[in-house]
Design a protein around this ligand. Structure first.
Ligand SMILES: Nc1nc2c(ncn2[C@@H]2O[C@H](COP(=O)(O)OP(=O)(O)O)[C@@H](O)[C@H]2O)c(=O)[nH]1
Ligand SMILES: [Mg+2]
Ligand SMILES: [Zn+2]
Length: 300
């Protein structure tokens, strides 16, 4: 049988095949070979009659995989930022975009809490509106951007349209609204988010384990994870970085020097594109900051 791992709990893996979820263990040999099944893995498994412990016999090749959270086969990243509360941090957004590019997934930028930008009579509303405009001007030329608001429910349908039939993962800072978005997409499966748990005084819901939730019969799914924030630049070489900014990659062939790092070199097509407004200054500054960060890590 073939299926996909939806979650793992205490040595058991819950594998969905057709309409059924099978509780499985992993073959003993996996441990010796230091192979660990991940949520999202497509696996071969045997049904053991008269025994709950069906057996995963093989992990099929992964499209991509991540260490923290430990998940595999992400088709699409939904990188989430809020317009305010918490204020957007471009550095984190760009790191998550880079991580997604490196994994070879599609990316959608979700700008959440757009309702906070609606009330222009308040200073906080004007500030949120300015931050929304700023985010759109930076990212709309590069990535699909979806504006979301829990208040009027706008944007969730657009996410579903774009990810239909595929498995998407939410990534973003704590508090930007990832659990809220997941719950809105799941609708009837109610999980508690911050606001609900504030009322019940039971402390905030925190996602401790990765889990893959299916939204429909077409295989559309969402990974719920504790977060993708900690390791974004790990294992990325400076030479690779220009390829992880789509708008930089587009102009790469035009530099005078083959080994151009797009910093101070003359005849640099990237800097020309920035001067012409084809690449935003913010994204170019972000590229420079990431290069510095990668270079500084190399020294140790
Ligand atoms: N104003 C506003 N608040 C939101 C929106 N989406 C989520 N929130 C609130 O933001 C807080 C954090 O949301 P949560 O989903 O737990 O964020 P997570 O840490 O990214 O999972 C909660 O109090 C939510 O009710 C939104 O669109 N507008
Ligand atoms: Mg959450
Ligand atoms: Zn260059």
């Amino acid at each position: 049988m073939q299926g996909q791992i939806m979650k793992g709990i205490a040595g058991f893996y819950f594998v969905k095949s057709g309409e059924t979820v099978y509780r499985c263990k992993a073959r003993g040999i996996f441990k010796k070979q230091e192979i660990k099944p991940a949520v999202g893995d497509r696996v071969e498994f045997d049904i053991i009659e008269g025994n709950d412990d069906n057996l995963i016999t093989q992990i099929l090749p992964r499209r991509n995989s991540f260490i923290r959270p430990f998940v595999a086969n992400v088709d699409c990243f939904l990188v989430v930022t809020a317009v305010a509360r918490p204020a957007p941090v471009q550095e984190l957004v760009d790191k998550l975009l880079i991580m997604a590019e490196k994994a070879g997934t599609e990316v959608i930028l979700c700008i959440n809490k757009c309702d906070l930008a609606a009330d222009q009579s308040k200073g906080s509303g004007r500030k949120a509106a300015a931050s929304l405009q700023h985010l759109r001007s930076i990212y709309e030329p590069v990535y699909p951007v979806i504006l979301l608001s829990q208040e009027d429910g706008s944007g969730y349908g657009k996410i579903l349209e774009r990810i239909r039939g595929r498995k998407a993962a939410l990534a973003g800072a704590s508090g930007v609204g990832k659990s809220t978005i997941l719950n809105q997409l799941l609708r009837d499966e109610k999980m508690e988010t911050g606001s609900i748990s504030e009322k019940t005084q039971r402390g905030r819901h925190t996602t401790r384990h990765a889990e893959l939730f299916l939204l429909d019969e077409e295989g559309t799914g969402i990974f719920d994870t504790p977060g993708f924030t900690s390791f974004a630049l790990a294992g990325i070489e400076a030479e690779q970085l220009p390829h992880l900014y789509p708008e930089i990659e587009r102009v790469l062939g035009g530099c005078r020097y083959d080994d151009c790092r797009h910093l101070a070199e003359p005849g640099c097509a990237v800097k020309e594109a920035v001067a012409k407004g084809q690449i935003s200054q913010e994204r170019y500054d972000s590229y420079r900051a990431m290069i510095r960060e990668i270079d500084s890590k190399k020294k140790y």
